[in-house]
Design a protein around this ligand. Structure first.
Ligand code: ARG
Length: 464
């Protein structure tokens, strides 16, 4: 049997394999809410423009509401023979309200319909992502404030570099996520133009009002070129690009959580809530949640790459290739939402191990830069010379297997006679972090005020 929705010129039905490769209902049923909203807006506009009768529009709206309820109750029977969400809904509408259903598709095509549905879906997803990221920022900023003065080692090359504070480290991620949210908002702004009414590719001869449907669907304006409206998926790729960067940020934090919670580091404690045991090694407490956040990045970046490859070289306008825009994007955004929630959970759950962090902060000659800065400040030495003198003192400490604070004044003076007892005052980690007061620096005072600034801004957003 040929397709009842478009089979007029066909005498035979599709081959089974044709039906299988062609159908998208298995995944695009996720768009049902957006599809129904788009259809309701379209029907209402058609009636207001006198293109269809008002009572037909009313029947259509009531039928669509009934379908929405059926789908949400899990009672709707999706059919693969009906290809996609658009035809499944339209066909059910016909069963429910009869011939009036056939008027809904006036002055539109599945091409503008699917672009509209997916834009609405991506927009909803961006909004959900933004709310979740805001919550993560709140958790991080609260942790940062609480541990603004907690010293820990700062690393470069994963080697002890200079002491920093735990709060400072948390705030680094608040900043990154702030930019991630900004990228999602940028994508949302560019996405928010309405393709509905572009019809198949050329627009329509019916006197439609695309500004009306734009307003009712929350779009800023209609798209200005009908060919472009149905043939680009840059809005998905752009949102996936923002998602990829966000996932990369989360993966770096996840990696740090994995390292920090290892027996060799013990920088933080994660509770039973975010760890798992091993079926063979009873002592184990594995940071699986962090590992999976780290790993989800792969599928998110993969989805972006996949869609870019689908779109590359496609001539205008709609091509069926574009049906491949949805499945991996759904998966990518769901994965990111899960990763954000798990990260927020871990932040709320993690407790920094104060004593271990402080001890680690002071090891590895982490205050060598403070010593060099002291030589510059107190002895008026050029920094390059101070660097050299400090290097020789570090070599002595390293040879003796002690930290810088344990190098005697005699030993220091043998390297440079002008060094005095006062140098020891800058060699402790607490002094070191307290001295980093430059804007954006790690001093607890700075960290406290930056954490407060974020807490206030995030609270203001919640009220808005
Ligand atoms: N299921 C299709 C998609 O996702 C809807 C658009 C189909 N348009 C068409 N002319 N066959 O892209």
């Amino acid at each position: 049997m040929s397709n009842s929705m478009w089979g007029g010129r066909f005498s035979e039905g599709p081959a089974a394999i044709m039906e299988e490769i062609n159908a998208s209902i298995g995944f695009d049923q996720k768009l049902y809410r957006q599809d129904i909203a788009g259809s309701k807006a379209h029907a209402a506009m058609l009636a207001r423009q006198g293109i269809i009768a008002a009572d037909d529009a009313e029947k259509i709206a009531a039928g669509l509401d009934a379908i929405l309820r059926e789908i949400e109750a899990g009672e709707f029977k999706f059919s693969r023979a009906l290809e996609d969400i658009h035809l499944n809904i339209e066909s059910r509408l016909k069963e429910l309200i009869g011939d009036a259903a056939g008027r809904l598709h006036t002055a539109r095509s599945r091409n503008d319909q699917v672009a509209t549905d997916f834009k609405l879906w991506v927009r909803d997803t961006i909004d959900a992502m933004d709310a979740a990221l805001r919550e993560l920022q709140v958790a991080l900023a609260d942790k940062a404030f609480e541990h603004a003065g907690q010293v820990m080692p700062g690393f470069t090359h994963l080697q002890s570099a200079q002491p920093v504070t735990f709060g400072h480290h948390m705030l680094a991620y608040v900043e990154m996520i702030g930019r991630d949210r900004g990228r999602f908002q940028d994508a949302r702004r560019r996405l928010n133009e309405n393709p509905l009414g572009a019809a198949a590719l050329a627009g329509t001869s019916f006197p439609i009002d695309r500004f009306q449907t734009s307003a009712s669907l929350g779009f800023d304006r209609p798209t200005a070129n009908s060919l472009d409206s149905v043939s680009d998926r840059d809005f998905v790729i752009e949102a996936l690009a923002a998602a990829s960067l966000c996932a990369i940020h989360l993966s770096r934090f996840a990696e740090e959580i994995v390292i920090w919670s290892s027996a060799q580091f013990r920088f933080i404690k994660l509770s039973d809530k975010f760890t798992t045991g091993s079926s063979i090694m009873p002592q184990k407490r594995n940071p699986d949640a962090a590992e999976l956040v780290r790993a989800k990045t792969g599928r998110i970046i993969g989805a972006q790459t996949a869609l870019q490859i689908v779109m590359k070289g496609l001539p205008l306008a709609y091509q069926k290739d574009m049906q491949e825009d949805k499945e991996q994007a759904f998966d990518a955004f769901e994965s990111l939402e899960l990763a954000i929630a798990a990260t927020t959970g871990m932040v709320l759950d993690m407790e920094p191990e104060a004593a271990t962090l402080k001890k680690a902060a002071g090891s590895g000659f982490a205050t060598a830069t403070d010593l060099a800065d002291w030589l510059v400040r107190e002895l008026n030495m050029p920094f390059r010379d101070a660097h050299h003198v400090t290097g020789r003192i570090v070599a002595i400490a390293s040879e003796r297997g002690v930290e810088l604070t344990k190098v005697t004044l005699d030993e220091m003076q043998a390297v440079h006679p002008a060094i005095t007892e006062a140098v020891y005052s800058v060699l402790t980690v607490d002094k070191s972090v307290r001295s980093r007061t430059s804007y954006g620096g790690t001093s607890p005072k700075n960290v406290r005020s930056q954490a407060k600034r974020w807490q206030r801004a995030l609270a203001r957003e919640a009220k808005a």
